[in-house]
Design a protein around this ligand. Structure first.
Ligand SMILES: [Zn+2]
Length: 112
């Protein structure tokens, strides 16, 4: 059986979302793959198409989320690619997993 600590230290395969198109609602934590429970945390990213008096999702938008380094070293980490309708939701079972995920992504960037 996999321990909670082992699950939290799982290697993340990026991009975590590359869905064009999909309607599947995620049911597991992005960081530890544990089934989501009564308390969930989400990174929500994307774009909305501006309309006359508001804004809405649109099928002609593809969302993305990336981290990058610019300067003597140039690199980019794609976290989300091709977010359907410009939207992507990345779920976590806990704030600890959300933090752990961000730290793993940041640590993938090269450092000078
Ligand atoms: Zn988790």
């Amino acid at each position: 059986m996999t321990s909670q600590s082992d699950r939290e230290n799982m290697i993340i395969k990026l991009p975590v979302i590359n869905n064009n198109p999909t309607t599947k609602t995620p049911s597991n934590c992005t960081n530890c793959d544990q089934k989501l429970g009564k308390q969930e945390y989400w990174i929500m990213c994307g774009a909305l198409k501006e309309t006359k008096n508001s804004a809405s999702m649109s099928s002609d938008l593809l969302g993305f989320l990336s981290l990058s380094a610019h300067g003597e070293i140039n690199a980019s980490i794609e976290i989300v690619k091709n977010g359907s309708n410009g939207q992507s939701d990345i779920p976590f079972c806990s704030k600890k997993c959300m933090t752990n995920f961000w730290m793993k992504c940041i640590n993938m960037l090269p450092e000078k």
